[in-house]
Design a protein around this ligand. Structure first.
Ligand SMILES: [Fe+2]
Length: 247
């Protein structure tokens, strides 16, 4: 069953961590590296390159880097190209999802580095595909494996592949927004499956509050992630990066 595996940064070099972290991520576990230097961008950048190929950030890149993004709440949340609020720039609840759902090939690894946690709330949420497979009613799981769900490329499955190499791609909001503009709409039964699946995720989700200098790494195609809401007035600050596997 997928779990959070913890390492302590100061006891390991990047090279020592690299293989262990990659092996945990490939098996669907999430990794937390405690005491990761959170203000030295060169250390973060070196670590990103050790894990894979960084994906260039389109927005909010920190000064001097195109691969590390700031994640924080804005007074006026940022909008996506279609004019919808980007939930990571709000303080609201962000349900479990895959990052870059609308991309043809979403990122393989997501990294979130806590520079300053919120005083309350803001827990990171996660649930692994193995756990989803073992707990979700079989008929609903099978329905999610059918090409019935909206994506910019057309209808496709939420869960792809065979048992040992399955992947999950899910973002309820993006699926429903895609459906609004699609020529071939989803069937009512597919929308019902999405609602049932979201209710299941909400019930089964696990939460973990990241502390300052915690680096959370998630396999984006084997684990869904999200975030609890937090107070508007706080100073919660995170850095995020996205990576694709080297091979
Ligand atoms: Fe995300």
């Amino acid at each position: 069953m997928a779990s959070l595996v913890r390492y302590l940064y100061k006891k390991r070099t990047i090279e020592q961590l690299q293989n262990e972290v990659l092996s945990q991520l490939r098996s669907g576990n999430a990794v937390i590296i405690k005491n990761f230097p959170c203000s030295t961008y060169t250390v973060v950048t070196d670590f990103i390159y050790a894990l894979g190929n960084p994906i260039t950030a389109a927005r909010s890149a920190i000064e001097g880097s195109k691969i590390i993004q700031k994640v924080r709440k804005y007074v006026k949340p940022r909008l996506d190209p279609y004019g919808h609020e980007i939930l990571s720039t709000t303080s609201g609840y962000f349900p479990l999802h895959t990052d870059n759902y609308c991309n043809q090939t979403p990122a393989d690894i997501i990294g979130l580095l806590c520079q300053e946690p919120s005083a309350s709330g803001g827990e990171s949420l996660y649930l692994g595909l193995d756990e989803i497979r073992s707990k979700l009613p079989y008929t609903l799981f099978e329905s999610l494996c059918q090409p019935l769900y909206q994506h910019p490329s057309g209808l496709r499955p939420i869960i792809t592949g065979t048992k040992n190499s399955q992947k999950i791609f899910f973002n309820e909001r993006d699926i429903l927004l895609c459906d609004k503009g699609a020529d071939i709409k989803m069937e009512a039964r597919s929308i019902e499956c999405i609602k049932l699946f979201s209710a299941f995720l909400e019930k089964e989700t696990k939460a973990h509050k990241l502390e300052k200098k915690d680096l959370l790494l998630i396999n984006n195609t084997r684990m869904l992630h999200g975030r609890n809401s937090f107070p508007d007035s706080g100073t919660r600050r995170f850095l995020r990066f996205r990576i694709s596997w080297k091979d």
